[in-house]
Structure formats: structure tokens, C-alpha cells
Design a protein around this ligand. Sequence first.
Ligand SMILES: *Cc1c(COP(=O)(O)O)cnc(C)c1O
Length: 403
Amino acid sequence: MSETTELAFKARELDAGDELAGLRSRFVLDDGVYLDGNSLGALPAHVPDRVQDVVRRQWGELRIRSWEESGWWTAPERIGDRIAPLVGAAAGQIVVGDSTSVNVLKALVGAVRLAGAGRDEIVVDATTFPTDGYIAESAARLTGCALRPLAPAEVPGAVGGRTAAVLLNHVDYRTGRLHDLPGLTAAVHAAGAVAVWDLCHSAGALPVGLDEHGVDLAVGCTYKYLNGGPGSPAYLYVRRELQDRFDSPLPGWNSHAEPFGMRPDYAPAQGALRGRVGTPDILSMLALEAALEVWDGVSVEAVRAKSLALTDFFLECVARYVPAGTVQSLTPVAHEERGSQVALRCPDAGAVMERLIAQGIVGDFRRPDVLRFGFTPLYVGFADVERAAEVLARTLRAGGGDA
Ligand SMILES: *Cc1c(COP(=O)(O)O)cnc(C)c1O
């Protein structure tokens, strides 16, 4: 058997044994191989009709009554409770709204205020997705803190009595490296500081365990592995024991104890509601709520097991098909250090990705030289993986980016 047939055969066997394989039919997809769900998740098939109902009936017919009758006003906390089990949180600790960037600001400034007097340093993941770094820099200026960028591995040895808050990414958006959330959270706590985690690349792909590991604050987006749609609102987690002291830097009227009291003075609501700001973006939010129904009956543990099997199999196919030395994986081999994507460095990566996309293999390119392939276990199968590696190998043999 040639290598190609052998791995294609193995892919068929893996697909046949995949208990999540049937979930693919819950999504709108085509014959291509979609490996960009870590950037924009695919559309769940029932969402268009639901959005249509929100627009035509709830808005078009009920109009203002929908704030009550269609549950618009309570959507941020209701949808937060739907996300909660996916990130290991009990109900009442997550609100949905605003972008991840805005929630990073709420979380970081809130964290410094929680840390209390005498602590004047914010530590930020030096390899972070840029927006987190930009916002952290501004949060530091707003709170009179110094900003200290560090690689996550350096954090335990560097945090101390000055550290107010530490912002870390659970999974690195470039390399796909999974950081040790329990260990790093414990190290931050040992220094008396507040741990803030960005879950953009982990929620919906692997278990997070926010409550179990004592995470203080967390943020994440919903348009990647949670399939909420372009620009769907992000979320903010505030651990229950901290909610009474959580002091948001954006205390809009939606977080007021009595929003319709229209009082001149601010008094915060109880609970996770304190993370709300202004009028929620109902259309995106209710599209997200509908999208989250694809998780009904799906266990995050099963998703994680399949995710690791998919990335293992991709690495195996790449090692067998791609000419030695043409690509270099940046993604850790150890399962406990791997998220749900594989990042391959290769010369001329931008042009290579263009050629892959032209052949129906959709990943993305990150400057300067990284090919990113995201594996969403809800709708990616093993035959997809084998095909993607085979087309990649053929593309590289034909001269990579050269047309
Ligand atoms: C995707 C992503 C974001 C996106 O931020 P937005 O405000 O939603 O544009 C932020 N941080 C990380 C780590 C991400 O992966």
C-alpha cells in the first residue's frame, strides 16, 4: 500500500469510530476542508431561521415589548449561563457583551482594583494576541501601574508583592501552545495577585475548569470555536467570591442596581451583571444564543479527545507526506501543551496559503511565516485532515508559493 492510501485508509477508520462525526450535519459547510474555525467558526444550520425570527417577529412585530417578552434584557446573563458549562463555570458568573478587547479592559482594571493598595504592576503575556497587549498597556496607565511583558513560563519566578494582576492566554494564537492554567493561576495566587485569563483559543475546544482552578477573571470571544458568527459578542467571567468587590471601569447603566431608576448616582448591581455596560447588541447576541444549541448533548471532554486525535493525525500526515525540511511545526508535540490548532512555519507562507485556499483547503496565514490550521472537532473529520496534508505536500512539492 502506498503511504497515501495507507493514511487515507486510516482516516476512514478513524472517521468510522468518531462519536462526534454526526455533528457536522448541524453546520453549513461545502466540499472544501475548513480549518479556520479558530478564526471564524462555521454557521450552524438552524441559525438563519432563528435570526429571521428575531428580526421579523421580535423586532418587526413585538418591537419594544421584546425587551421583556422576548427576553432581550436578560440575554447577556442568560447566554453567559449557557457558555458557563463549556468553560467549567457554575451559573451566575458570566455575562456576554462587547468585544474581547473591551472585556480585557474591564477585567484588567477590575483586577488591579481588586488587588488593592501597594500593588502597582500588571504582568502581561509577552507573546499575546496584540489587542490584549495594547489594552493592558492602557489599563496600566489608567491604574498607575507599570506594565511588565513576560513569557508565560517566566511568570511563576517573576510575580511578587508588587504584582496586582497577570493577564495570560490559555492557548497561544500563533503557535497553538496550551499554557498550564492550573499551575500558573496557583503561582499568581501564591504572589497574592489576581489571575486574568483570555480563553479565545480554548473555549469550545478543550476543558478550561475556571471554577475548579480558582481563576479570578476571564474573557473570551464567541466567534471562534463557539461559532457565534462574525463579531458575535464576547464574555466576561467574574468568580463568585469576587463579585461584591468587582469594580468595573465601564459602569454603564446596564450594570446599575436599578437601571430604570435613572438615578444620577451609580450603584452597582449584584453578581456578574456588574460586567454589563450599555444596551446589548441583541441581533448578534441572539444569533450566538442559537449557535450555542449545537453544544446540546456534547461533552467538552469528547471534543478535547477528538481535537487531540485530529492534530496528532495531521502531524502524522504532514510528517509522512511533506518533503523533509520544508515545514517546521511550532505546535508542541505533548498533548498537555497543545491547543486545537497546528502552526507550521514555512518560507513564503502567505503565498502557500493562497494556493491552499484556491484548492479548497482553508487555513490562514500569520506574519511573517506561519501557516495556521485550526481543527474544530464539531465539524472537521479525519479524511479532511488527510486531504489537507496531501494538498499541502503537493503544493510545496510544486514550488510552494511560486505560481
Ligand atoms: C481572537 C482574539 C481576540 C479578539 O479580540 P476582539 O476584541 O474580539 O477583536 C483577542 N484576544 C485573543 C487572545 C484572541 O485570540
